[in-house]
Design a protein around this ligand. Structure first.
Ligand code: DX5
Ligand code: ZN
Length: 216
């Protein structure tokens, strides 16, 4: 079970302090890249990934919510990404891009929006290390978890264990104190936590509390 806090709702004016608040408790740091095109919001680009690399020893988990991710992945790899997840809906050849990312030594995730079914991607899933299941419409932190995504998580978990694949399932969006257990029970093992962590008085403590909810 891994907790990967997203800095999207952190204070960008003090980003190294904000990262330090979760440095001891987080497994990876989740960085949400948005291009104002694939999603109706803009966040940050490779410079922020580089800044995170300089201020943290955590593996950097880069979630690209951008069109034509194949044009940009090399910049994020150079900036220090350990994992890159890109969207199936945004990429012309997801399998080729997965191979290219892996060649650099990073791991690769396939991200799917709520409207994309598991059946649409099951054939190509073995080419990935992680499946990122969006549990909100991508674009903004602080939205409500979509409970109807739980069956997609369960279907993915069954497929992965039936085929004896070593692929993580990451739930992203609206994961908080009241939803993390359901996502874990459905079969997720990596949890993006944005607003719940960065709105807490003690973000590190909040990660510990979340982790207790999914222990065992
Ligand atoms: C949404 C992003 C998420 C977001 C999570 O498009 O992919 O990673 O930052 O934030 P919360 O946990 O607040 O939903
Ligand atoms: Zn994300």
């Amino acid at each position: 079970m891994m907790i990967t806090p997203s800095i999207l709702n952190a204070d960008f004016a003090h980003i190294s302090d904000e990262i330090a608040k979760v440095e001891q408790q987080a497994d990876w740091l989740h960085l949400d890249v948005m291009d104002g095109h694939f999603v109706p919001n803009l966040s940050f680009g490779p410079a922020m990934v580089e800044a995170a690399k300089r201020s943290s020893n955590l593996p950097l988990d880069v979630h690209l919510m951008i069109t034509e991710p194949e044009k940009w992945t090399s910049q994020y790899l150079k900036a220090g990404a350990s994992n890159i997840s890109f969207h199936f809906e945004a990429c012309a050849d997801s399998v080729a891009l997965a191979a290219e990312i892996r060649k650099s030594g990073a791991t690769v995730g396939l991200a799917i929006k709520p409207g994309t079914s598991f059946e649409q991607i099951s054939d190509i899933l073995p080419n990935f290390d992680l499946l990122l299941i969006m549990t909100v419409e991508p674009g903004f932190g602080g939205q409500s978890f979509m409970p109807e995504m739980l069956t997609k998580i369960t279907t993915a978990r069954e497929f992965i264990s039936n085929h004896q694949l070593n692929i993580k399932i990451q739930a992203d969006g609206g994961v908080n104190l009241s939803t993390i257990k359901a996502a874990a029970d459905a079969g997720a093992d990596v949890f993006v936590t944005g607003s719940v962590v960065y709105s807490a008085d003690d973000p590190g403590d909040m990660i510990n509390t979340l982790r207790k909810l999914i222990a065992n």
